[in-house]
Design a protein around this ligand. Structure first.
Ligand code: THU
Length: 146
């Protein structure tokens, strides 16, 4: 647990982590059998959940992160604080989960790389926090063409 976080933030993120783990239950993943759940926290304090939704043609599949972002953006949300992501083949054998390149790019569209936190979840006690800029360094985002 990073010491720079306030107690309030730590409480908030441990709750977000639990929500991401629960969101795995909504995964539709008959092909990979890899269930992923995401919990996206808006700056206004709302949480949007997502799960991966696969397709027989494979490429139309959607990751948990994008499901959560697209639900939130559809609802008019544009300001985000953090996303927690949990994934695994089964609940007893989980490891830290990291986003694909496409999801990192979607995060960069809507989030400040300096402040937005990506939280990689192993289980409810073990998770790692990263700033978006750490997981997509030298990214091409909306700020790049200003
Ligand atoms: N997946 C996610 O939903 N998020 C990630 O961060 C990594 C991968 C999904 C895509 C696919 O449905 C399954 O996990 C296996 O790749």
């Amino acid at each position: 647990m990073p010491s720079s976080n306030t107690q309030e933030e730590i409480m908030e993120y441990s709750q977000l982590v639990k929500e991401a783990i629960k969101a795995k239950n909504h995964s539709y993943s008959p092909y990979s059998k890899f269930k992923v759940g995401a919990a996206l926290l808006t700056k206004s304090g709302k949480v949007y959940l997502g799960a991966n939704i696969e397709n027989i043609a494979y490429s139309p599949s959607n990751c948990a992160e994008r499901t959560a972002f697209f639900k939130a953006v559809f609802d008019g949300e544009k300001e985000f604080e953090a996303i927690a992501v949990a994934g695994g083949l089964d609940d007893d054998n989980t490891d830290y989960c990291y986003p694909c390149g496409v999801c990192r790019q979607v995060m960069l569209e809507f989030c400040d790389p300096e402040t937005f936190k990506f939280i990689s979840v192993k289980d409810k006690e073990n998770y790692k926090e990263y700033f978006l800029k750490e997981i997509i360094p030298f990214g091409f985002g909306p700020g790049s063409i200003k």
